[in-house]
Design a protein around this ligand. Structure first.
Ligand code: CA
Length: 220
């Protein structure tokens, strides 16, 4: 199971403390491991969303952990190392690290790089995302919509509308937001467009259009 924490593997007391404090302040959930052994324990319990890794650890080389992790996991790894040699950096990246920062590092830069890595993984998982709710299956990557295993044919507008709503389940969109996202900002007042296409979409996927299960209208 992938959980929401960032695994920080760092044996230097001061740097570890600073990393944990900075990550917490940036609303991340850091978990500290001070050795390869502790890191392995954390990994066995829960898969992190990202790992920050020091290379010089008391019980071994961080590069071995990269190699080991990559056999099993895809989460991003950012190497943080005092070793200045260009060669170290190349080896770490070749082993499967996603990014590399040399100590001393700028914490704002580290946070920015964490965000870049996380955005990338989010996009990747979005691409193979499927949504299933009751009898409705929406396969974003294949662009398929099925109702009880029967493929539903949607017009391009209906398709865009459904994908937009499906990628944010439970979110309320205003009519203006939907019009602007699908048709463009110059159409925000053309609510009849939305009414017509939403009506057609509901007719295709809802059992009873007047009692929708999937596409709900929130009054006001
Ligand atoms: Ca170290």
């Amino acid at each position: 199971m992938i959980s929401d924490y960032i695994l920080v593997v760092e044996d230097d007391e001061q740097i570890a403390h600073f990393l944990v404090a900075s990550l917490s302040a940036a609303k991340h959930l850091p978990k500290l491991a001070k050795s390869l052994e502790e890191a392995n324990k954390c990994l066995a319990e829960n898969t992190p969303k990202l790992m920050i890794l020091d290379l010089g650890l008391p019980d071994g080389d961080g590069k071995d952990l990269i190699q080991q992790v990559r056999k099993q996991y895809d989460f991003p790894i950012i190497v943080l190392s005092a070793r200045q040699e260009e060669q170290e950096k190349i080896v770490a990246l070749n082993e499967g690290a996603d990014d590399y920062l040399s100590k001393p590092f700028n914490v704002q830069e580290l946070l920015a790089r964490i965000n870049v890595c996380l955005r990338r993984t989010q996009k990747m998982s979005m691409r193979d995302q499927c949504y299933q709710y009751k009898d409705l299956l929406i396969d974003i990557s294949a662009g398929l919509v099925k109702l009880k295993d029967n493929e539903i044919h949607l017009s391009p507008i209906e398709h865009k509308l459904l994908m937009l709503l499906a990628t944010k389940p439970g979110k309320i969109f205003s009519q203006r937001q939907l019009l602007s996202e699908i048709w463009g900002s110059e159409y925000v007042d053309d609510t009849h467009y939305l009414r017509i296409h939403m009506g057609r979409l509901r007719a295709k996927i809802e059992k009873v259009s007047s009692e929708p299960e999937y596409l709900l209208t929130e009054l006001g």
